[in-house]
Design a protein around this ligand. Structure first.
Ligand code: NAD
Length: 324
């Protein structure tokens, strides 16, 4: 019997395209991808478009999902700009996508009798945390008028909306709080430190480190993240809602990251130190004990291995764009 269909909103984005590919090619589910292409691209799905079990629908989830979109057993709501650079282009849209967009997704789930809605939340709901690592029980410290409030508060409100629909409408929801993710398919121009370092190294430019480089970050490889998302969405008991942290708990300093990037790209670039920019010192590191317990999951791809694969992708993109 054919497996149940899965709708992936935001499926043309970095994480979403990997989720669509794994669902379709490894797990054998028919997939419907809904995306407004604001930060994603059908190029990310080029290899899937000819698959008869794959459907792409260009749609903005801040508008109700059309009734003629086929019913799906699972809905994975990933739609939302994934980087601070992109979301700041249109903050109103970002917060509306998180709240109004999710409401449209949940309403569609009810009318189409979907079994489960997975909500891609974020470690950003912890804001500028006073404790580290962050457990799911930590309520966070978010500034409602801070520069990223449209993202942080939008995602917090989205979690509350998920719980409201679970309580009032009996819909099964799963909340995954995703942390920093990298890998092939990520945006080169999203302003993330991995993308910046790889692009600089491959162009033979200095790697720019802000401050003393001792700021700590964690980085989760895309394959591990997709595995965690799908285990949470599809393999946990119905009554388990989360929230649940998904990310790497291995700490790396920015300077160490720069050194590994130089090693994997064999670049001769220098590491150039620039004055620290305000507000960059915060440390977000997930406590992933709950993911280990509930999903039997933890990241398995080391940073060196993950960066080698990511560098190969960046190399191809940079060479192709240089040719055109
Ligand atoms: P991305 O920007 O690459 O992908 C987001 C996708 O959503 C894009 O294809 C975009 O076109 C689409 N989209 C945005 N607004 C939409 C709307 N109103 N209607 C329909 N489609 C819309 O980002 P990503 O890195 O793939 O992130 C995916 C999800 O994971 C997001 O919800 C993000 O908040 C979350 N997340 C990502 C990270 C990370 O490190 N990448 C970390 C934490 C959380």
């Amino acid at each position: 019997m054919a497996k149940g269909g899965v709708m992936v909103t935001g499926g043309a984005g970095f994480i979403g395209a990997h989720v669509c590919r794994k669902l379709l090619e490894e797990l054998g589910h028919p997939v419907i991808c809904l995306d407004n292409l604001s930060t994603g691209s059908v190029d990310n799905l080029a290899d899937l478009l000819a698959n008869p079990d794959f459907t792409f629908v260009e749609h903005d989830i801040t508008h109700p999902i059309p009734e003629d979109v086929p019913k799906c057993l699972y809905i994975l709501n990933l739609a939302c700009p994934g980087s601070p650079v992109f979301l700041q282009r249109d903050k109103e849209k970002a917060i509306l996508t998180s709240i109004l967009g999710l409401r449209n997704v949940l309403r569609f789930a009810i009318t189409s009798r979907s079994e489960t809605v997975f909500q891609a939340s974020t470690g950003a709901v912890y804001g500028d945390p006073e404790v580290t690592p962050q457990r799911e029980s930590y309520p966070g410290r978010v500034n409602p008028v801070g520069p990223l409030a449209c993202y942080e508060e939008g995602k917090r409100a989205a979690e509350a909306l998920c719980l409201a629909y679970r309580e009032q409408c009996g819909i099964r929801v799963k909340i995954g709080r995703l942390f920093n993710t990298y890998g092939p398919g990520m945006h080169l121009n999203a302003g993330t430190v991995v993308a910046n370092f790889l692009t600089q190294a491959l162009r033979g430019q200095p790697l720019t480190v802000y401050g003393d480089g001792r700021q700590i970050r964690t980085f989760c490889y895309i394959d591990d993240m997709v595995d965690g998302i799908l285990r949470l969405a599809m393999d946990t008991p119905g009554e388990f809602t989360g929230p649940l942290n998904l990310g790497s708990d291995v700490e790396v300093s920015i300077r160490e990251l720069a050194e590994i990037v130089l090693e994997v790209t064999a670049a001769k670039s220098e590491i150039r130190t620039l004055p620290a920019s305000a507000g960059t010192a915060r440390l977000r590191r997930p406590e992933i004990g709950l993911a280990k317990q509930q999903l039997g999951w933890e990241p398995t791809t080391g940073l060196q291995e993950g960066l080698e694969k990511t560098a190969a992708y960046f190399r191809t993109v940079l060479e192709t764009s240089a040719e055109t």
